[in-house]
Design a protein around this ligand. Sequence first.
Ligand SMILES: O=C(O)CCC(=O)C(=O)O
Length: 274
Amino acid sequence: MPLRDDQLAHYREHGWVAPIDVMSVEEATELRRTLEAAEAAYPEHLHAENRNNAHHTFPFLAELALDERIVDIAEAIVGPNIALWSTVVFAKAPRSGSFVSWHQDARYMGVTGENHVTAWLALTPSTLENGCVSVLPETHRNGAVEHEDTYGQDNILTRGQRVVGFDDVEPVHLELQAGQLSLHHPWLVHGSQPNRSNDRRIGVALQTYMGNGLTLERGAHHVTHIRGGAVHDEFVDVPVPTAPCTKSGLAHREAANQAFRDILYDGAEVRRNL
Ligand SMILES: O=C(O)CCC(=O)C(=O)O
């Protein structure tokens, strides 16, 4: 069973479930080494301002998105036909101010419907000290809530979007070991604090695994087909890269990011080039 019944029930009731064991610490640490080698080899394609949708240009990230152990978990939530909308490498430098404000993933995705889920895999330990993902439990039950744009310098999010209200909800901190996964619902309010440790905190958000039944509101949606049959006949399927940063891989990533920006910045006063 990729996800036990009690884990599935927890997800449905609270909007999150963690920790879920996916791979050993050694395997996750090896993935971190691969990521850091890619950062060193292709600095212009993998840096703090350019960490969205790197799975379109780096095969090891595409393989991670397609990893059966993770996809089986996603299938338990969204069903057998699965596409992946985007990925983000969330890396926080040691002792840095980078943080993620309280937000909902689905607020700026241009889709409606609930049949999708974010999977967040830790490549390093993710703790309260180094700024693990924190969630406001049960907030997924509210559907879309109002956000305001802050464009804060240290805010990792594109618009620095932040949910207002919910000060009375006690956060839960999703501490993980390297190789463990958390799942959060697309309407769950979540964020993370700065890294106060002496090492990087790195996680890969697979955001979101989508099943059938979603309605597209606006924009073009460049996705990776993951498993089963078609998820939506208007999705634009992006081929999986076979080598890092090829001309076509870079073009696919740029097209996906452009479509992503058009959706995310709809109605925004300022655009960052993320
Ligand atoms: O990694 C983080 O600190 C934030 C992650 C997040 O916002 C997400 O996965 O949706």
